[in-house]
Design a protein around this ligand. Structure first.
Ligand code: ADP
Length: 281
């Protein structure tokens, strides 16, 4: 089902949202499957982020996540359908039935090369849109890419995302809170500075996860060790059977100086070209 703009980001009445089973757990509560009744004749399957014990901190987080998601409208980004302020606050989103890409990668050990590159192209397309909207995601990883079908990926979890201030050109975080350190560029860890080029670093790590069956990056290394490892010029090693052209793109995402990294638009052109030239079936 294509969720069009006219149904996006509305305030929903509690009787419009029917909750079903649990899909996953979020930081402040569960994510449940459900059905949203948009009108008398139209309903859509949804994923609903719910809040545990009306925690005020959680409420604030969900509202800020919702206000950011409301601005976004792209095929490779999970769309928000609305917020429902019933007994407790709920964030209603379009459903990505197949769940997290990370789990898919772990289960499908014989994924075809073209399929892996197809996923990268789609994620990059969504990220390129975020870049154009001055939004930094700050938690891009295979666990936060959801699958609508085996061949359709959407970026999700905008819990840490922020608008980049036009004047400063980056977002300065208070952190480090519960940060996904293994996906973060050095400038994030040292100076708490985030912009689209730090998302590019995370995209490189996400590409690596795709080529490594969802393996945990930097296995067993501690955060401080990783930083040292990176500064000494080391990087995540080339996954088995990974094409050099793909690995070179990952390496470009992990340039120490962010100026030397490609932006998402450049990356998209490169990946599109690679896909069309070498992988399209
Ligand atoms: P948090 O940021 O609080 O950890 P997430 O947004 O990552 O929460 O959601 C937690 C889990 O819920 C995900 O890993 C996924 O399994 C499930 N989930 C979240 N959103 C959706 C969705 N739109 N469609 C399907 N499953 C979802």
């Amino acid at each position: 089902i294509d969720i069009r703009e006219d149904v996006l980001a509305k305030d929903l009445r509690p009787d419009q949202v029917i909750l079903e089973g649990k899909l996953g757990s979020g930081q402040f509560g569960e994510v449940r499957k459900g059905i949203c009744l948009l009108s008398r004749s139209k309903s859509v399957p949804v994923a609903v982020k719910t809040l545990k014990n009306n925690d005020p901190a959680g409420e604030k987080e969900i509202l800020s996540e919702a206000s950011l998601m409301k601005r976004l409208n792209h095929q490779h980004i999970v769309r928000m359908i609305g917020v429902c302020k019933g007994e407790s606050l709920m964030l209603v989103m379009e459903l990505a039935e197949l769940g997290p890409l990370k789990k898919y990668l772990e289960k499908n050990l014989t994924m075809k090369k073209w399929h892996q590159v197809e996923m990268m192209v789609q994620i990059c397309d969504g990220m390129s849109y975020l870049e154009s909207m001055d939004v930094v995601h700050r938690d891009l990883a295979a666990r936060n890419v959801l699958l609508v079908s085996e061949h359709f990926a959407k970026i999700s979890d905008f819990g840490m995302s922020r608008m980049v201030d036009n004047n400063s050109e980056y977002y300065r975080a208070h952190g480090p809170g519960r940060w996904p350190l293994m996906w973060y560029a050095p400038e994030c860890l040292y100076f708490h500075k985030f912009d689209s080029k730090s998302d590019v670093w995370s995209f490189g790590v996400t590409m690596w996860e795709i080529m490594s069956n969802g393996t945990r990056p930097y296995e067993r290394k501690k955060p401080q060790q990783i930083l040292q490892f990176i500064e000494q010029g080391n990087r995540l090693s080339k996954p088995r059977d990974c094409d050099d052209r793909i690995y070179d793109i990952m390496l470009s995402c992990w340039e120490l100086k962010k100026e030397n990294r490609p932006n998402f638009k450049n990356l998209k052109d490169k990946l599109d070209h690679l896909y069309n030239e070498f992988y399209r079936s």
